[in-house]
Design a protein around this ligand. Structure first.
Ligand code: AMP
Ligand code: ZN
Length: 475
């Protein structure tokens, strides 16, 4: 089955055709955290979905270059720094650090780049883009000295969120301090400095000020990934106005289609409401760990539901995650033991269907719930075969190899060391004695017996090392 994704822009499932199919290189941009407090696990639902996306594309042979920005200047970060009475950079540094700790705990693959909005390279790019938009009549400086995007001049405005400008006019959400704008939907590209900003300001052709949140992403995305991006992700709350604005700004500057596929994940909910800082109904990763759960369990709990389906966070869900992982662990342990047991069981006709179905489910708009369904079906079947003594070492080894492949996507394996069966360890010791006595014939015979158990012995400068056949050498 061809890879396909639900594109928010068209609201349709579309076959995935990257910009440069021959090179199989893909550029992905993901909106990262605003570092004014520790990210909550709702944010991490979005990042885990993006992690799954990247890993599945890599499983399918694509070379992914992913950029995740860090929003380290905006209204919230400035307010936080002011209240804490520390410089902005110092205030945001602690939350950046916390973010990377949580990324590690949740086994999220790090993006290739984590640009920060305040980096002068991107500030320069933002100023350059704004100047270009003004020169094209797509932006204007208002009486309050701020610069706004003129949405009436961008005919595609509203195409991503699927609404028209007239609708926007009727919402009537006019803030008092926005009277200078020509249209209620015009958004700030450059915010003129005011006292509340303290020393947070940059010089620009429009006077001192700071960038609007939306232009930050357009600048970082186009600077690091070029004028066209294959996939752009975020949570559904990013669709409007943030991503709509990103399209207007980027296409207004480059004249090229900015993004080929827009993917948005549904929210993590608590009692039917979005988990959000503003609602006070959130948990951080350390909150979950403090309740005795592991990062692996949280990863599974946040990953197991299709990304376009809202996911309700409950402790019961955490316990289910624990139980499911327990089943996987037990299964792997059984298979590993099986591999170390020669001449037992019958060679089973390998049931490849669930294995193939797992990967095909992910091809189908990352249908992880279906994929996991196939994994547990495989676990049930192989467990039954092992109960009935109908699975031989080679088949067990093949299942382990399959697991190793899909675990590059799931990253759910427990961090246990591979246990060498006692018989194998004894044979290895006997072989070492034979080698010391220079009894090479016996040493070779023992190597063969070890091999019959599915293990391989390698002589290294630190002594003999045992690895499972076909396993990546761990030295
Ligand atoms: P923010 O730090 O608010 O800019 O959000 C960072 C990312 O987390 C964005 O992609 C949001 O769409 C996403 N996000 C925020 N809250 C939730 C939630 N409750 N569930 C899923 N994603 C969320
Ligand atoms: Zn963004």
């Amino acid at each position: 089955m061809a890879l396909r994704f639900f594109n928010t822009y068209s609201r349709e499932l579309e076959e995935f055709e990257p910009r440069d199919p021959a090179a199989r290189r893909i550029g992905i941009y993901t909106c990262g955290p605003t570092v004014y407090s520790r990210a909550h696990i709702g944010n991490f639902r979005a990042y885990i979905f993006e992690d799954l996306l990247q890993r599945h594309l890599e499983l399918r042979g694509y070379k992914v270059h992913r950029v995740m920005n860090i929003t380290d200047v905006d209204d919230k970060t400035i307010r936080g720094a002011r209240e804490a009475k520390v410089p902005l950079a110092k205030f945001t540094a602690q939350f950046k650090e916390a973010f990377f700790e949580d990324v590690e705990i949740l086994r999220i693959k790090r993006a290739n780049e984590f640009p920060a909005a305040t980096d002068h390279r991107y500030i320069d790019r933002m100023i350059q883009m704004i100047a270009m938009l003004i020169s094209r009549g797509l932006a204007y400086q208002a009486d309050d000295k701020s610069v706004y995007f003129r949405i009436n001049e961008f005919p595609n405005y509203g195409k991503l969120a699927h609404f028209d400008l007239a609708q926007l006019q009727s919402t009537g959400r006019v803030k008092h301090d926005e009277y200078d704008k020509e249209h209620i939907g015009d958004f700030a590209l450059w915010k003129a400095w005011d006292e509340e900003d303290g020393d947070v300001k940059w010089d620009s052709p429009w006077g001192p000020g700071r960038p609007g949140w939306h232009i930050e992403c357009s600048a970082m995305a186009t600077r690091l990934l070029g004028n066209q991006i294959d996939i752009h992700c975020g949570g559904v709350d990013n669709i409007f106005p943030h991503h709509e604005a990103e399209i207007a700004q980027s296409e207004g500057v480059t004249g090229k289609k900015f993004v080929r596929y827009w993917l948005h994940c549904a929210h993590l909910l608590v009692d039917g409401q979005k988990m959000a800082k503003s609602l006070g109904n959130f948990y951080s990763v350390p909150d979950i760990l403090a309740k005795g759960y592991t990062g692996r369990e949280l990863r599974y709990a946040l990953m197991r539901v299709h990304y376009r389906v809202p996911l309700n966070f409950t402790w019961e869900g955490m316990n289910e995650a624990r139980e499911s992982l327990g089943r996987i662990d037990e299964w792997l342990e059984r298979l590993q033991k099986m591999v170390g047991t020669p001449r037992r069981g019958v060679r089973s006709a390998q049931r490849a269907d669930p294995a193939i179905q797992f990967e095909e489910a992910l091809d189908d708009d990352l249908n992880i719930s279906a994929a996991l369904g196939f994994l547990f079906e495989s676990i049930r079947e192989t467990n039954r075969a092992m109960d009935e003594n109908k699975l031989d070492a080679a088949s067990a080894s093949a299942w382990l190899d399959w697991w190793k492949r899909i675990n590059t996507v799931l990253d759910l394996e427990t961090e246990i060391e591979v246990v060498v069966p006692a018989e194998v360890a004894e044979l290895a010791e006997e072989r070492e004695n034979a080698r010391r006595e220079k009894n090479w014939k016996r040493s070779d015979q023992l190597r063969d017996r070890i091999s019959a158990f599915g293990w391989e012995v390698r002589d290294t400068k630190d002594g003999p090392k045992l690895t499972r056949h076909g396993a990546a050498s761990s030295g």
